[in-house]
Ligand binder design. Structure first.
Ligand code: FAD
Length: 345
């Protein structure tokens, strides 16, 4: 009841007009922007144009001034930059302090972060600091009404329905956005913008964590989100050995291998290949779904592909409802035939 009273009180005192601009958190690692940033700027541009306001980026790190022009090239009109050696590697407390103070000083109307490991950690901390709400893992954002409310849509109840969430009683409106879903902004080096340095002033006790060592994963890196062709396998493969066939097929096509949850859970392939609600979201030119039934949680990660080719022996499998080309039959007969044709051509 305290929370309800507080929220009603906030609704009465809340000054909507004080908040303007769409902010994008520009996540960088080792001085390189993460691919999700161009997508956030693409989506942010759409929202900023609709709200008739500015699109801004906020980036933290050490010796990262080059990133400002890159962010402007992707459409940011203003870049807030926090450059300090304590910000070199991401730490929750340091980043929350600097961006939290910037939010309270500049009052953005919307703040978007990628639903990456860092974005998922930082977003809630910033929301608590700003005393506002946050919608995690959004797949669609729209300005839905005259009150400039951001309608934030995300899968809910295990992906069985899409929930649209509003934050009408506080600002900024904050969302983490699933990578691979939004259209990336196009880079244009001619764009002009302003760079605004953020004041970074750490007091003793502000940073309570220390990075002792960074251990890079030695796991094979699968670059699903950048792949132009993806060959995915599901439980229809029958065993892990089936992925050797898919590897060969993908190699011939110049693509990479993806997988359904059933294949990953069976231990046939590493989790980094997973596509869907709990894995990567992909948008290749061609997506081959081999022995995949087409559950809604899988479709959530790949139905933005330009062309979907389904290979399944069940003519009634739901995957055929989204497929542009459907091949009904045993994948162990169909895939070798396609490979033979590829060798001939
Ligand atoms: P199945 O549904 O078992 O389908 C196998 C298909 O292979 C069948 O259509 C069958 O006809 C066909 N087949 C069999 N043998 C052959 C053959 N020889 N040749 C051709 N076709 C053949 N799933 C995901 O993929 N990604 C996610 O991120 C994800 N997240 C989830 C989150 C939640 C909260 C929940 C509840 C579920 C999630 N799932 C996810 C699981 C999802 O619901 C399905 O269970 C899963 O996608 C099924 O995988 P599949 O299509 O490989 O297997």
């Amino acid at each position: 009841f305290d929370a309800i009273e507080k929220s009603e009180e906030a609704a009465q005192t809340f000054d909507r007009e004080a908040y303007r601009c769409v902010w994008v958190f520009a996540e960088q690692r080792e001085g390189k922007l993460m691919p999700a940033v161009a997508e956030l700027l693409g989506e942010g541009r759409k929202l900023a144009d609709e709200l008739n306001t500015e699109l801004c980026a906020v980036v933290l790190g050490h010796q990262i001034s080059d990133l400002a022009s890159e962010l402007i090239g992707y459409g940011a009109e203003k870049v807030y930059i926090g450059d300090h050696q304590e910000l070199d590697t991401y730490r929750t407390d340091a980043y929350t302090k600097v961006i939290g103070e910037a939010i309270s000083a500049y009052k953005p109307e919307i703040v978007l972060l990628g639903a990456t490991h860092i974005g998922r950690d930082l977003g809630p901390c910033l929301a608590v600091k700003a005393d506002t709400g946050l919608t995690a893992d959004c797949t669609r954002l729209e300005i839905g009404d005259e009150e400039r409310n951001l309608h934030q849509t995300r899968p809910a109840f295990g992906g069985n329905l899409m929930a649209t969430i509003l934050c009408p009683h506080s600002r900024p409106q904050m969302a983490t956005v699933r990578p691979g879903v939004m259209e990336a902004a196009v880079f244009d080096p001619q764009r002009q913008g302003t760079v605004i340095p953020l004041e970074v002033n750490f007091q003793k006790g502000d940073i309570r964590t220390k990075v002792l060592e960074t251990v890079k994963s030695i796991k094979e890196q699968v670059s699903l989100s950048d792949a132009d062709i993806i060959v995915s396998g599901g439980s229809g493969l029958g065993s892990g050995e089936g992925f050797a066939l898919l590897e060969e097929f993908a190699k011939k096509l110049g693509g990479v291998v993806g997988a359904s949850r059933a294949a990953v859970d069976a231990g046939w392939i590493d989790h980094s290949h997973l596509i869907g609600q709990t894995g990567s979201t992909v948008r290749p030119s061609i997506y081959f779904a081999c022995g995949i039934s087409g559950a809604i949680q899988h479709l959530a990660g790949m139905d933005g592909s330009d062309y979907i080719v389904a290979i399944n022996k069940d003519a009634h499998a739901p995957i055929f409802q989204v497929a542009d080309y459907g091949l009904i039959g045993d994948l162990y007969e169909i895939i070798p035939c396609i490979m033979e044709e590829l060798d001939r051509s």
